[in-house]
Write a protein that binds this ligand. Structure first.
Ligand code: CO
Length: 310
């Protein structure tokens, strides 16, 4: 028998049998897809910022919120503020933002068992330690509620993070900045934890990347007072003032750019420089958002499964 093209299985006309197999295939596909949907139904993301009482500063957190919802459109996102003082002040104004514990309670109520918590702190210092302790305490008190409780590290924990953040911040500087214009970044800092050490490196890394970019901190060892004489040597220069914090909140608007005589802007003016405040939080910079997203994705710190490490 001669096999003609018409006998090739590929050219069979539609038959009830083929239609049946077609249906089976479609059904299998639907089951597969819904299986994936079911698998992600127990997933959740908790985003933890220090928080801010200033509505104007919310743009940075909104930008982070959008970045996460775009990247994880099917996963519920819950916010928490780690600062008790910020949450208390907001509550007095009738705005309720969950604490870390309350956000985890919400996950449990909503049946989320595979939860990724992302810290929006800059360094793994005081605030981040408190977040980590709060999560550990929660799983100790509620040992069976999560299959996984992943903790995404803060912005700067590796040299790779530093390179990416520096590149993102430098690329985001004002396009009309002239060759003699300085930039002064305001970090937070404090001496209760390793934050000051990290920020000392940040200062050096920026300065190496661009010798006209400086950094000082509101609290802790990398002080503005110590830096001022160096900046004063550039008398007459324009100096852009930017927060090196996730939001441009109270510190940026008052301590950095405020009209009071002791703000950095006033003291630079006093020293003969021309300060130009630029109130943009790190959370608004896409390259910074990417570092946080990477930390959320790549974390291996599962606080619900720490037995192996002990
Ligand atoms: Co502060």
């Amino acid at each position: 028998m001669r096999l003609s093209a018409s006998h090739s299985p590929l050219s069979f006309p539609p038959s009830p049998v083929r239609l049946f197999f077609g249906l089976v295939q479609s059904l299998a596909l639907v089951l597969l897809l819904s299986g994936q949907a079911l698998a992600s139904a127990g997933q959740g993301i908790v985003l933890v910022a220090f928080g801010t009482t200033m509505p104007e500063a919310g743009v940075s957190l909104d930008a982070l919120d959008r970045a996460y919802r775009e990247r994880y459109p099917d996963v519920p996102v819950i916010w928490a503020y780690s600062s008790d003082i910020v949450r208390k002040r907001l509550a007095e104004k009738g705005v309720k933002v969950p604490s870390v514990r309350e956000a985890l309670d919400q996950c449990v109520r909503n049946g989320l068992v595979d939860v990724r918590v992302q810290s929006f702190h800059v360094t793994a210092a005081e605030e981040f330690s408190m977040l980590e302790r709060a999560l550990a305490r929660y799983v100790a008190l509620n040992p069976k509620v999560f299959d996984h409780l992943w903790l995404g590290r803060p912005l700067l924990v590796s040299l790779e993070d530093m390179d990416e953040v520096r590149a993102a911040v430098l690329a985001d500087l004002p396009k009309d900045r002239g060759p003699d214009d300085l930039v002064l970044l305001m970090g937070h800092g404090n001496d209760r934890g390793p934050g000051d050490l990290v920020l000392a490196h940040v200062r050096q890394a920026f300065h190496e990347g661009d010798p006209r970019v400086f950094l000082a901190t509101v609290e802790g060892g990398n002080s503005f007072d110590a830096l001022l004489p160096k900046l004063s040597a550039h008398k007459g220069a324009k100096v852009y003032l930017q927060p090196f914090m996730v939001v441009a909140g109270d510190h940026a608007r008052n301590d950095l750019a405020g009209p009071e005589a002791d703000s950095w802007a006033s003291r630079l003016k006093e020293a003969g420089l021309r300060p130009v405040p630029r109130l943009k939080g790190l959370g608004e910079i896409p390259g910074v958002q990417e570092v946080f997203l990477r930390h959320t994705r790549e974390t291996r710190d599962d606080l619900a499964n720490t037995k192996k490490e002990q």
